[in-house]
Design a protein around this ligand. Structure first.
Ligand code: GDG
Length: 728
């Protein structure tokens, strides 16, 4: 087992173990979509699927457990045994009574119990231990769903070197919902242990990133989350189905036979079908209300339609699910009681799990499919129905709240809370001309037959593979040996050029409008003085700050100062101004910037001789995200044809003349002297210009973990100070 390359982890295994009346163990393989997809990426390598076999460990003797292990091994699985207490507190508790309702926006049903959380941590640890045992450095681990959100971090902390992928099958809620969770930080940190985090839709990715930046304060950019030592990628992978299998249903003999038997009532009536797990997120009571409203509003359909409602039992040991069961039964009783005639009942209800062939037969015979969850990660039922209608007609009424809605705009989209809208949707579906039905179906089929469950799994694994490259490109911290050679070269040199950015290099960014707080510390001043006093050194502070600020920070003679990215230079006893004329473009830029300061609480404007800066450090991240993009666009429009650049720096948008940058200054310095040691330290976008023009032998050092042109990276300001202090 130690050689496994692909490790799939989900709470439940695709094999369910049970004990019959004689105490004999029975194994039932489930052919769920996930198993199909995973087996596709699984073909060419060793793999194992880790999970709970669905039976409490108290029910198993030691001998049973050995037998379970053996039998599962034959099926490529490895068991995690959960106790009854864990099933109650971890599975039914934290997973299904805390996370499930909260992530589906049922905050009033969410239960916050410390015992649940304790058990969740314990069970996640148990899973992670087994993964560690079965993995090696070359493994890829793919963790599934909300029951195992702590596992990625645990593996990372235990130094498991495998690549770790994680996929969430349910929605990731908006920050406003997620922040309610007492353990929100632990959950986020748990997930961030992964290299790749997958969601069904880009909305969920956005919600996740928003929580990451607002709760953890981490920088995110286009789905990448920058941690100290690695980059985590979050992306959308909309799960698909085994399209071919469903598309050929109408030709499978057993299914055909099934359909034939259903046809008895089909000839007279149109069939409206709904298939779900009996879960409150699926909106079954609201759907029944809408059906009732439909029958009232369009009485001509009485005796001409029948709703087939299949609600397969689910999570019966959670109270909310028992209540739901009762509510559904009551509503059906009421509707059937009121509308039935001697030879017609408006609803045929199955509260049991049907064999898959019967579900496929129902899809095949249905005229209208009703998929109206109040909230759903994706919803595979919608895709399955559409696939069975290959080259045929049929209509689907679909909730906007299902992840799948983004992929199926040709369906009749409805708000499931709007009873009238769903009722009208049912009527529209029934009355849609066959040609239109087929056209809409074709468009949807084209899409879902391409991105199938196999493609989904391959795509995810391929992206996980790419995380290796991303990590390789991620700048590595300066090693001891690098520092040693830097010092050696420094000692040996007699003409040294030392270029230091200020903010983020000699002083951490100060989150305060009080400029005084951004002054250099006494220690930094002493270090700079010592370096400047050494006649072998030419030290320059090269910054975007205005000249009066730099002047007030550093008064040492002999220290060169570059203000406003090169607008002003103080190098031989006096300030020299750049020749560029900033007047021309400032007026239109200022009017845009002022408007954006007024419209954005927390933003402020800094006016310098050569540039204008819009600061958004104190703006709420989501608003800043929108405003800064709008601002960049408006500035670019207002300044079209003018030779200025609009760029984004650390929580700022700055406008400055294009040819005035640190690179131009450094290029000049390169021609002035024959330096035998060059060191440049910077932390942001503007410093990249400087790194770009430095000779290869120069010690270019970037502070922070973003991608950079610099040869080396230091973690933070204190590491810079330590380095400078160690130079003699
Ligand atoms: C979660 C997310 C996401 C239903 N009744 C019977 C039966 N089914 C099958 C359907 C379908 C599956 O169960 C249900 O899948 P859904 O996607 O609709 O919903 P969840 O179970 O809530 O799944 C969901 C999914 O994960 C995948 O990521 O789409 O949003 O909540 O395949 O056909 N199958 C059989 N008998 C039944 O009575 N045999």
């Amino acid at each position: 087992m130690a050689e496994n390359k692909l490790i799939i982890v989900s709470t439940r295994l695709p094999v369910k173990v049970s004990k019959n009346e004689n105490g004999k163990l029975e194994f039932h393989q489930s052919d769920g979509g996930l198993a199909t997809g995973v087996s596709a990426v699984n073909k060419s390598r060793d793999s194992v699927w880790i999970g709970w076999p669905g039976i409490a460990s108290e029910e198993l003797t030691k001998k049973d457990k050995t037998e379970v292990e053996k039998e599962l091994e034959k099926r490529g699985c490895y068991p995690v045994f959960l106790t009854q207490n864990q099933i109650d507190n971890y599975y039914s508790g934290y997973c299904n009574a805390t996370i499930w309702p909260l992530f589906h926006y049922f905050s009033n049903m969410t239960m916050y119990e410390h015992e649940y959380w304790k058990s969740y941590k314990e069970a996640n640890t148990q899973f992670a231990k087994i993964i560690k045992k079965l993995s090696n450095d070359n493994s890829q681990v793919w963790v599934h769903d909300y029951q195992l959100m702590l596992v990625p971090k645990m593996l990372r902390e235990w130094n498991v070197k495998s690549q770790i992928g994680y996929f969430l099958h349910i929605p990731f809620p908006s920050f406003e919902l997620f922040r309610l969770l007492p353990e929100r930080r632990e959950i986020l940190q748990g997930l961030l242990g992964a290299d790749l985090i997958g969601f069904h839709t880009y909305d969920y990715v956005r919600h996740f990133l928003s929580s990451v930046s607002r709760i953890e304060g981490l920088e995110t950019n286009l789905g990448s989350i920058y941690l100290r030592d690695r980059v985590v990628k979050a992306d959308a992978f909309p799960i698909g189905i085994d399209y071919k299998k469903f598309a050929k249903s109408s030709k499978v003999r057993s299914i055909k036979k099934q359909v034939h038997s259903f046809k008895l009532f089909k000839d007279k009536t149109k069939v409206i079908l709904a298939v779900d797990r009996a879960d409150y997120s699926k909106g079954i009571p609201a759907r029944l209300d809408a059906y009732e409203a439909f029958l009232r509003k369009y009485p001509e359909y009485k005796e001409k339609v029948v709703m087939v409602l299949l609600a397969s039992p689910s999570r019966g040991d959670v109270q909310a699910y028992q209540d739901l069961q009762e509510e559904i039964a009551q509503k059906i009783g009421k509707i059937n009681g009121e509308f039935s005639t001697v030879d017609w009942s408006p609803i045929t209800y199955f509260h049991k799990s049907l064999p898959q062939s019967e579900v496929a037969a129902l899809y095949t015979m249905a005229d209208v499919m009703l998929v109206t969850p109040l909230r759903d990660g994706m919803n595979l039922v919608a895709k399955e129905f559409i696939a069975t209608k290959h080259k045929k007609g049929g209509a689907i009424v679909l909730s906007e709240m299902a992840g799948v809605a983004t992929e199926l705009p040709e369906s009749i989209l409805v708000n499931p809370n709007n009873t009238e809208m769903v009722a009208d949707g049912i009527r529209d579906a029934l009355e849609m001309p066959e040609r239109e039905q087929k056209e809409r179906m074709r468009a949807m089929q084209e899409r879902i037959s391409t991105y199938t469950i196999h493609r989904w799994a391959e795509d995810f694994m391929h992206e996980l593979e790419r995380t290796k490259e991303r990590s390789a490109n991620h700048p590595k911290l300066m090693k001891k040996s690098d520092t040693k050679s830097l010092k050696k070269d420094y000692d040996a040199a007699s003409k040294r050029l030392i270029l230091l950015d200020y903010d983020g290099v000699l002083k951490s960014f100060v989150n305060s409008p009080k400029k005084a707080l951004a002054r250099p510390s006494g220690k930094v001043k002493r270090i700079i003085k010592k370096m400047t006093d050494d006649p072998k050194n030419h030290v320059m502070i090269i910054s975007g700050r205005p000249k009066n600020v730099l002047e007030s920070y550093f008064e040492n003679k002999g220290l060169g100062l570059v203000a406003e990215h090169g607008g002003w230079i103080f190098d031989a006893g006096s300030w020299v101004k750049h020749s560029v004329n900033a007047k021309k473009w400032k007026k239109p830029a200022l009017s845009v910037l002022r408007e954006f300061v007024e419209r954005t609480p927390g933003a402020n404007l800094e006016e310098k001789d050569f540039s204008l800066v819009w600061h958004f450090r104190n703006v709420s991240p989501d608003l800043a995200f929108v405003r800064k993009e709008e601002l960049k666009m408006e500035l670019r429009n207002a300044l079209e044809g003018v030779d200025v650049e609009v760029f984004e720096g650390n929580k700022i948008i700055e406008v400055k003349p294009r040819n005035m940058h640190k690179g131009a200054i450094v290029s000049d310095l390169m021609t002035q002297e024959k330096w035998d040691f060059i060191m440049a330290i910077g932390d942001d976008y503007t410093d990249e210009d400087m790194f770009r023009v430095l000779p290869e032998r120069a010690y270019s050092i970037h502070v922070g973990r973003e991608e950079t042109l610099a040869r080396f990276t230091l973690e933070d300001v204190s590491s810079v100070i330590e380095l400078l202090n160690s130079l003699k």
